[in-house]
Ligand binder design. Sequence first.
Ligand code: GRF
Length: 196
Amino acid sequence: MRIAFFASHGGSNMQAILDAISVGNLHATPTLLICNNPDATAVKRAESFGMPVFIINNNTGANERERDNATVKILNDAAVDVIVLAGYMKKIGSQVLLAFSNRILNIHPALLPHFGGEGMYGMRVHSAVLAAGAKQSGPTVHLVNAEYDEGDILAQKAIPVLPDDTPESLAVRVLAEEHKIYWETLEKISEGTINL
Ligand code: GRF
């Protein structure tokens, strides 16, 4: 299973998946990182791993369609099977969605279908969970379609929300679960337990 990562910032989820591959827990081949932000820590992480990085942003194509087509070409040239979104802050283009239908995964830091949708990212998600008085939160791995956070759910891990949680403290515990559930889900896809 050949994986391409899309990331915009830290890339700790990408790193956790690369680590799982390195130690033999995940049977997959990392091929490349597509990133819109050349200064992202994710770029440094990919380079340290020896994985090619492609920067695609407003400076690298005349318009969205051109960038979308360039992205499909990069992915096809690398014979990518599955796209792993790991904190990618741009909407996926229609050509990529078409070419990789049901083969694009995302991780969201709350239990979808709650606390998702456009604008729900980062601390906003954890603040909304606390404001709603939810007793549980945790990551969701899901397929990506044209609507934010609405693709089929592949895996979730519920953890308790603690009485004295702040958005930051909850984020730390959810992120720790993200770093396990993402590669575990990919391994299930790789071994055929989950069929995309
Ligand atoms: C994570 O919280 C993930 O749930 C969301 O974006 C964040 C990415 O973090 N989609 P990182 O860049 O992997 O550290």
